[in-house]
Design a protein around this ligand. Structure first.
Ligand code: UD1
Length: 422
């Protein structure tokens, strides 16, 4: 398995290009199954998760070509409505194919996603929504098996705010007969991007980005050519790199309107953030101030930035409290940060972080995607060398991270499995 080596305490400077959003493109890829023909998606990040979703689409029978960050999905002849366990277990979001397959082919068999290191992640709201739209669903031998003669419009009130369930219901309702009203939906920018993608296919959707989404079912959708939005979590992570190293970075292509809460918190810890032509500029402070973080659905502070924020607060001048409001167990990065010298105590869904003057490089283990990003950030500011093992987690969600950071001055390299380190 590859590993990353980082020699810390380098000042960074320059421009980092922001890639397309991982979490926006995955449901769009699944949504291409709502029609037949050639769909093109631009600004697609070259990530393991995108390749995993491509493989799921190939198994279903689509032809998928990915080149120069452009994805072409030809669904002219797809005919196999199944997503098997050995692909779904690699990435939860592959279950997004459930609703498009059901809506278009009237049946689907998709493996249940299984365990997840960030804690339990049930799919009851997905099932509730699809059943309300008229699907018959049964769980059998680890699979969700769904069929419907016809999906019909309905009103759904989600018991909790879920990005995945909102996306799933929205996709299914586009081809349902009649009108659907979804209440208590997720307002994340990725949900809005999916609504725009579906609208470009001919769907009739109103209200994405608010608490209520209304969908007028149409007979059929058309293939589309769509440009993906920038990745707000990648943007936040590189903002964190500037802050933790006290450096100035320009993040090219970043969309500041989707990261207001992240910008606010970066300012609270002492950063200067300003909008520049085609992006944002972040300058880290000489002394990082402590702050409290509470993660919640958008527009509150995102859980996907919690680990990176913990890395920053580990070297703040004082004590911070991080409360995880979405995944109460999402703290696997805390013990690894402590191996680098951080002082973090976990109590239920809270992390009490006492800032230390410096971190010391050590060997650490990446346990999930955003946890790995936190370890990279800590490595950038730690004394000496930090070795991050199991970096395949980071390849799921950060396009060319070591190249992007090395280009702005980080001493960071990848050791490929089997390579000699010297
Ligand atoms: C998406 C993101 C993930 C992010 C998360 C929360 C993708 C591919 N992933 O995941 O990076 O961390 O949003 O912003 O976009 N829940 C239920 N029942 C359900 C569905 C969800 O109880 O049927 C709970 C979950 O356990 C969690 C909360 O609802 O506590 C929010 O989860 P959800 O918004 O669905 O996350 P995902 O869509 O899986």
């Amino acid at each position: 398995m590859d590993k990353l080596l980082i020699r810390g305490r380098e000042r960074l400077s320059g421009t980092i290009p922001i890639s397309g959003s991982k979490n926006a493109v995955l449901p769009m890829m699944a949504a291409s199954l709502l029609t037949r023909g050639l769909t093109t998606i631009r600004n697609v990040p070259d990530l393991v998760d995108v390749h995993t979703m491509s493989n799921v689409l190939r198994i279903i029978g689509a032809k998928v070509v990915f080149e120069d960050n452009v994805l072409q999905i030809d669904t002219e002849t797809f005919n196999y409505p199944e997503a098997p366990y050995d692909l779904v277990r690699k990435m939860r979001a592959t279950y997004y194919v459930l609703a498009p397959l059901l809506a278009h082919m009237k049946k689907a068999k998709v493996s249940l996603p299984g365990g997840c290191v960030i804690g339990p992640r049930p799919v009851d709201q997905h099932i509730k929504a699809l059943e309300a739209l008229g699907a018959r669903i049964r769980l059998e031998k680890g699979y969700i098996i769904a069929d419907a003669e016809e999906l019909h419009g309905c009103e759904i009130f989600f018991d909790l705010v879920s990005v995945g369930a909102t996306a799933q219901a929205m996709m299914a309702a586009t081809l349902a007969k009649g009108d659907t009203i979804l209440e208590n939906v997720a307002k994340e920018p990725e949900v809005v991007a999916l609504a725009q993608f579906l609208s470009s296919m001919g769907a009739k959707i109103k209200g994405a980005g608010s608490d209520i989404i209304e969908i007028k079912g149409v007979e059929q959708l058309q293939p589309t050519d769509f440009t993906n939005i920038p990745d707000r979590i990648e943007t936040g992570t590189y903002m964190a790199a500037a802050v933790i190293t006290g450096s100035r970075l320009t993040l090219e292509g970043a969309d500041q309107k989707n990261i207001k809460t992240i910008i606010r918190k970066m300012r609270e810890v002492g950063a200067t953030v300003k909008t520049v032509k085609n992006g944002i500029e972040v300058a880290g402070p000489s002394v990082i101030k402590p702050t409290d973080i509470h993660t919640h659905p958008f527009p509150a502070f995102p859980t996907d930035m919690q680990a990176q924020m913990m890395a920053i607060l580990s070297v703040a001048d004082g004590r911070s409290v991080i409360t995880e409001g979405i995944y109460p167990e999402r703290f696997s990065h805390a013990p690894e940060l402590c191996r680098l010298g951080a002082q973090i105590v976990i109590e239920d869904n809270k992390a009490l972080v006492t800032g230390v003057h410096k971190l010391e490089g050590a060997s650490v283990m990446a346990s999930d995607l955003r946890a790995s990003a936190a370890l990279v950030l800590a490595g950038l500011v730690a004394d000496g060398e930090t070795e991050i093992l199991r970096v395949y987690h980071i390849d799921r969600g950060y396009e060319k991270i070591e190249e992007k950071l090395a280009a702005v001055g980080a001493q960071m390299k990848r050791i490929k499995e089997g390579d000699d380190e010297t």
